[in-house]
Design a protein around this ligand. Structure first.
Ligand code: NAD
Length: 367
C-alpha cells in the first residue's frame, strides 16, 4: 500500500480498515485488493450516472490485476435504496454463485454505498465489502463508519446494520464531474467536521474557500483527507453510536432533517438542509450564552462563500415543528442538541428551552 495515500485507519470491534484518499486512485484499485486478501471474483455495484466513467474504470483496473469483476448498475437516485433493489442484487449475486470469500465493491455516491453495503452485510451472511465513494457527500461522510441501510416507505434507513468495509478508496479526481450544487452540499458536511472538532480545518476552509469550490486539486485533496480522518476518528471512538461521541456528527441535523421532511425531500439537498440546520444550532448556542456572535458570523460567512443556504424562508414553520416533534419521540422525549462553544468545540445539551428552539426556527424560516 502506498502510504502517501493513507489518510486514516478506522478501528472497530472486528478489526480495522484503511482510508485511502488521493488523485487517480481508481486506476490502482486492482493493486490494493490483494493486500486485503481479496482476489476475486468481485461484484461492482454502481449507478447509471457513475458507472460509465468510474465503475468501468474500476473494472479495468481490476482486470489488469487479473481479478474477475462483474457489474450491477442501479438507477441513480434515492429510490434505489430499497428492499426491491436489494432483492434484485441478491438474485443477481446468486445467479453468479457469489460466495462469502468473494467481495462487493460499491462505486458511487451514498445511495450506492448504503445499498451495496446492506447487500454485502446480508448476502450469504456477509461478504467482504469495499467502499469507493465518488460524491463529496459519500467521501467525507457516508462511506466511513459502516452504517448501511435501505429505506422503507415509512422512513429513510429503517432497515440496516453496522457493517464495516475492508477499505475506503476515495479518488478525488472523480469529483470533477459533480455539479456545483452537489459539490457544495458535500463540502457542508466537511465544514461541519471543522466546526465540531477541528478549528484549524475551519481556518483552512476560510483561507481557501474559492479554491475548494473550484476543486483545485492539491488543497481539495488535503481538506478531504483531513475531513475523512475526523470522521474516521469519531467512528473509531464510538462504533455503534452508544458512547455519546458519534452524535457530534449530527451537528445541524435536528433542524436539517426537519427541513428535509417538511419539504418532502425534494427542495433542499441534504447538505443544504444541514447548512441551515447548522445555522440554527449556532444561533441556539449563542442564545444559550455558549457561543459568541463573532463565531456565529464566521460560520455564516463561510457557508455563504460555498453558496450554501443559511436560512429557509420558503419553508412552512408548522411542518418543521411537526417533523422535529416526530424526531423527538424516537429519542424518548428530549432532543439531544449538538451545540458549539466555539468553532471546533461541540458539546451535547439536553436542556435547551423550547422557547429558544421555537424563536430560532422562526427566525431561520423568516429569512
Ligand atoms: N451511511 C452513512 O453513514 C450515511 C451518511 C450520510 C448519508 N448517507 C446516505 O447517502 C445518500 C446520499 O449520498 P449522495 O449525496 O452521495 O447521493 P447519491 O448517491 O444519490 O449521489 C448524488 C448524485 O450524484 C451522482 N454522482 C455520484 N458521484 C458522481 C460523480 N463523481 N460525478 C457525477 N455524478 C455523480 C449520483 O449518480 C447521484 O445522481 C443518502 O441515501 C443518505 O441516506 C449515508
Amino acid at each position: 500500500m502506498q502510504d502517501k495515500d493513507l489518510a486514516a485507519v478506522v478501528t472497530h470491534s472486528g478489526g480495522s480498515y484503511p482510508i485511502l484518499v488521493g488523485l487517480g486512485l481508481l486506476d490502482k484499485i486492482g493493486d490494493h485488493l490483494p493486500h486485503l486478501g481479496i482476489v476475486g471474483p468481485v461484484y461492482i455495484i454502481s449507478d447509471d450516472r457513475v458507472f460509465p466513467s468510474y465503475g468501468r474504470q474500476a473494472q479495468h483496473s481490476l482486470h489488469r490485476s487479473n481479478i474477475e469483476a462483474h457489474c450491477f448498475i442501479a438507477p441513480s437516485g434515492e429510490q434505489s435504496k430499497s428492499l426491491q433493489l436489494a432483492e434484485a442484487i441478491y438474485n443477481w449475486l446468486a445467479e453468479r454463485r457469489a460466495e462469502r470469500g468473494h467481495a462487493v465493491i460499491a462505486v458511487g455516491g451514498g445511495v450506492v454505498g448504503d445499498l451495496a453495503g446492506f447487500v454485502a452485510s446480508t448476502f450469504v451472511r456477509g461478504m467482504p465489502f469495499v467502499q469507493v465513494p465518488t460524491s463529496m457527500a459519500a467521501m467525507v461522510d457516508a462511506s466511513i463508519g459502516g452504517k448501511v441501510a435501505v429505506n422503507l416507505s415509512q422512513g429513510k434507513n429503517l432497515v440496516g446494520s453496522f457493517y464495516q468495509p475492508r477499505m475506503v478508496l476515495a479518488d478525488v479526481a472523480t469529483l470533477s464531474t459533480l455539479g456545483r450544487r452537489e459539490l457544495a452540499e458535500g463540502w457542508a458536511e466537511a465544514i461541519k467536521h471543522g466546526l465540531i472538532l477541528d478549528g484549524e480545518l475551519f481556518d483552512i476552509f476560510e483561507e481557501h474557500a474559492e479554491d475548494l469550490m473550484a476543486m483545485k486539486p492539491d488543497i481539495s485533496t488535503e481538506v478531504i483527507r483531513r475531513s475523512m480522518a475526523i470522521k474516521a476518528q469519531v467512528v473509531s471512538e464510538d462504533e455503534r453510536e452508544t458512547l455519546g461521541r458519534r452524535i457530534l456528527l449530527n451537528y445541524g441535523h435536528t433542524i436539517g432533517h426537519a427541513i428535509e421532511a417538511a419539504t418532502g425531500y425534494g427542495q433542499y439537498l441534504h447538505g443544504e438542509a444541514v447548512s441551515v440546520g447548522m445555522m440554527g444550532a449556532a444561533l441556539i448556542s449563542q442564545r444559550m450564552g455558549m457561543m459568541s456572535e463573532e463565531a456565529v458570523n464566521r460560520q455564516r460567512r463561510l457557508l455563504e462563500r460555498f453558496n450554501l443556504p443559511t436560512s429557509a424562508p420558503d419553508v412552512e414553520a408548522g411542518e418543521v415543528f411537526r417533523a422535529m416533534s416526530l424526531d423527538k419521540k424516537t429519542e424518548r422525549g428530549s432532543i439531544r442538541w449538538v451545540l458549539l462553544e466555539d468553532v471546533g468545540r461541540a458539546v451535547v445539551r439536553r436542556d435547551v428551552p423550547t422557547e429558544i428552539v421555537e424563536q430560532t426556527v422562526l427566525s431561520l424560516l423568516a429569512g
